[in-house]
Design a protein around this ligand. Structure first.
Ligand code: NAP
Length: 320
């Protein structure tokens, strides 16, 4: 039976990282936050005081190995442009005797994205999971295993960032793709943190698996109905066709504009007949011991943040 007690988190200072650190700490793991030697990101004020922060030169295999020595698990939440550094981190984790590596996924289920435009944009994520599978298959790293985790869109972060691409609270309008009835799954940052902790609390059941968990699963129309109910306001609706979004996305992709990804993400979640919803029964939530949550309560929290004057565009634009 595998036991995990010590966990190093890469990319702990980002959008998701602090929620991972918090949830792992709450689950009584001993947490070390690893930050790049040249990082200009401050240590988040929310870090519990007994979390160790280590500055590491990611270009040095020896430095990475030394940083991982004594760690049972490495959880990566590195930024999208930095996904490639995980190959060196995996090699260092194996060399240091780490038992579990969780790569920076936390979004679209990249297993379903292979061969699609979304998959092409997320090619590094797919490559990293394939590398992990290869390391285990080779059999040269006894005791080493991995778990991938798809969580759908970041929910609370996405609300604050752009109303999840659906709701404009300020202008009281909604942008609905196709019929608006297709369900898609999302997770709050704290839910993702608890799912990751749940993986490490169930290391044998989750070894060498790609999982999908969520805190919510709803359609654009269902989200709009909740917002209208809680605000007591009828929102104007702008209808968009998924094929138009795809056309513009392809143009932006050809022009090398990173925003192209948002177009494909919106069609991934909103196109009629695509089916990227995830019910609680279909999900791996039970495996990691974290249930789905109430949509109305989460929307209410968002409205309170927005009403309290919190900017709705106060997040760094990393969006996958
Ligand atoms: N599902 C969604 O809606 C959604 C939204 C956003 C992101 N995501 C995914 O979630 C994961 C984390 O995203 P995030 O937004 O939390 O990331 P982020 O805030 O952009 O960056 C996370 C951390 O990565 C580290 N980092 C930055 N550049 C690096 C580099 N060149 N090499 C190594 N480390 C570097 C930084 O930590 P230090 O400075 O401390 O080293 C940074 O704080 C990614 O896989 C992303 O694709 C999903």
């Amino acid at each position: 039976m595998t036991t995990i007690k010590t966990v190093a988190v890469l990319g702990a200072t980002g959008n998701l990282g602090p929620a991972l650190v918090q949830a792992l700490h709450d689950a009584n793991f001993t947490v070390t936050a690893i930050t790049r030697a040249n990082s200009s990101n401050p240590t988040p004020s929310t870090f519990p005081s007994d979390v160790t922060v280590k500055s590491v030169d990611y270009t040095s295999p020896e430095a990475l190995r030394a940083a991982f020595t004594g760690q049972d698990a490495v959880v990566s939440a590195v930024a999208t442009p930095a996904l490639g550094i995980q190959i060196a981190a995996i090699d260092a984790a194996v060399a240091a005797g780490v038992k579990r590596f969780i790569p920076s996924e936390y979004g679209v289920d990249t297993r379903q994205a292979v061969g699609t435009t979304v998959g092409n944009i997320l090619a590094k994520k797919i490559e990293v999971v394939e590398y992990l599978q290869e390391v285990v298959k080779k059999g040269t790293a006894p005791g080493f295993s991995w778990t991938g985790l798809s969580t759908g869109l970041f929910l609370d972060w996405g609300f604050d960032f752009n109303g999840l691409g659906v709701i404009d609270l300020k202008e009281k309008k909604a942008t609905i793709i196709d019929s608006g009835n297709e369900k898609f799954y999302t997770s709050t940052l704290s839910h993702i943190g608890r799912s990751v902790a749940g993986i490490l609390l169930h290391p044998d059941e989750t070894a060498n698996k790609y999982l999908a968990t969520a805190s919510h699963n709803f359609s654009q129309n269902e989200l709009l109905a909740v917002v209208e109910e809680l605000t007591g306001t009828k929102f104007a609706v702008i209808h968009e066709k998924s094929e138009d979004l795809t056309r513009v996305g392809l143009e932006k992709l050809a022009a090398g504009e990173p925003i192209a990804f948002i177009y494909f993400l919106r069609t991934w979640n909103g196109t009629d007949g695509i089916g990227h919803g995830l019910t609680e029964e279909e999900s791996d939530n039970a495996l990691v011991g974290v249930p789905y949550e109430d949509t109305k309560a989460e929307v209410q929290r968002w409205l309170e943040r927005a009403g309290a004057g919190v900017s709705t565009v106060n997040k760094r634009e990393s969006y996958e």
